[in-house]
Design a binder for this molecule. Structure first.
Ligand code: SAM
Ligand code: SF4
Length: 347
């Protein structure tokens, strides 16, 4: 039954395909409560009540890809495109450092302007000024050589959600893209030495519990240093505009299961979670989450980085309001940790 599967997840950090599917299909409110309690207990064991904080810089809204779900897809003619200059990025990094954000995340569409030379220059300039801070990149699929050059320039981590571990679903939502190519990128990132982050969306149109079980098993097997999990949210200018967003409840369940499968993983309570529910971030942290990523991008570009509708622009998704974020987290028993916040297994 669901209770014994949750206990197995807690005691052995593992479960079979059949058990995970049974759990997703049959979880009721009582077993959900137990799952969240066990996930929380596990995070306390490895991370106490600490929450790592990252400053997110959304540095380009240009993208050559055409993911069906994303507002930045290249065929969205209504998207507002922008690029930050190196100086803009450095200024964001300075603001972040002053506020105590010892990791910055550079995220953007797949934009050919930011070739290896440009990226290496940006990474080296940040590291020159802030040698002790960590840089996380999230710029999609690139070659092994490209990842290696950016790593050698000083990048520490790379977020590349696998999006879906079901080949059919992956290829349905990424027309013309190959499932194996994304897998190759993740493997390359790990091999090069990055702390690599995988992750997936919950509630993608036509996604089944079987698909989600594949995601959970992939995460267990790949053992990413980070894992980004958030609900799918529709964007009005995409083919998925008429679909419902993924549920808060199912996203929370997936977060908690991932915490039990990989006790030491860095698990953000994502902006998408805050965007579908006012307390989404706090709920995510209570279910095993241990990272938050407030926005450091210049105010003038924030609304242009529009992945989905009603993205949380609320104050406490803004890096400038660190005290307020700190206060809110304190109210639910968490404390912000001002360090780089590497994965504990990372040497
Ligand atoms: N372009 C890079 C990539 O795709 O890996 C990095 C930026 S991309 C905007 C970051 C993440 O946003 C994606 O991995 C995807 O899971 C998420 N995302 C995009 N559109 C979304 C939507 N409509 N709802 C929820 N998450 C979305
Ligand atoms: Fe581009 Fe990433 Fe959006 Fe896909 S999810 S369209 S790669 S920004």
């Amino acid at each position: 039954d669901t209770i014994s599967i949750i206990n197995k997840l807690y005691n052995e950090n593992n479960a079979s395909r059949e058990e995970l599917l049974y759990l997703l299909d049959n979880i009721d409110s009582k077993s959900k409560e137990l799952l969240i309690e066990k996930a929380h207990k596990t995070r306390l064991k490895y991370f106490k009540n600490k929450v790592y904080i990252r400053g997110l810089i959304e540095f380009t809204s240009f993208c050559k890809k055409d993911c069906l779900y994303c507002g930045l897809r290249r065929t969205n003619k209504n998207a507002q495109r922008y690029r930050l200059s190196k100086e803009d990025v450095l200024e964001c990094a300075r603001v972040g450092d002053k506020l105590g954000y010892k990791t910055i995340v550079l995220q953007g569409g797949e934009d050919a302007y930011f070739n290896d030379e440009v990226m290496v220059d940006i990474i080296k300039s940040i590291k020159r000024e802030f040698p002790n801070n960590a840089i996380t990149l999230s710029l999609g699929e690139r070659s092994y050589e490209s990842y290696k050059k950016m790593y050698d320039a000083g990048a520490d981590r790379y977020l590349l959600r696998h999006e879906s571990a079901s080949k059919k679903l992956y290829e349905d939502i990424h027309p013309g893209e190959q499932f194996e190519a994304r897998r190759r990128c993740l493997k390359d990132l790990k091999e090069i030495g990055y702390q690599a982050g995988a992750g997936f969306m919950v509630g993608i149109p036509n996604q089944t519990n079987e698909d989600l079980v594949k995601d959970l098993l992939f995460v267990k097997e790949f053992e990413p240093a980070m894992c980004g999990i958030g609900p799918f949210i529709p964007h009005k200018d995409t083919p998925f505009k008429d679909y419902e967003h993924g549920s808060l409840e199912k996203t929370i369940i997936c977060l908690a299961i991932v915490r039990l499968l990989l006790p030491k993983v860095l698990l953000p309570a994502t902006t998408a979670l805050s965007s579908i529910c006012e307390n989404g971030r706090e709920e995510g942290l209570k279910a095993g989450g241990n990272v938050v990523m407030p926005n450091l991008s210049p105010m003038s570009v924030r609304k242009k980085y529009s992945l989905y509708d009603n993205k949380a622009y609320i104050l406490d998704e803004d890096a400038q309001y660190k005290n307020m974020i700190e206060e809110k987290l304190k109210n639910v028993g968490f404390e912000i940790e001002i360090t780089r916040g590497d994965n504990p297994d990372f040497k």
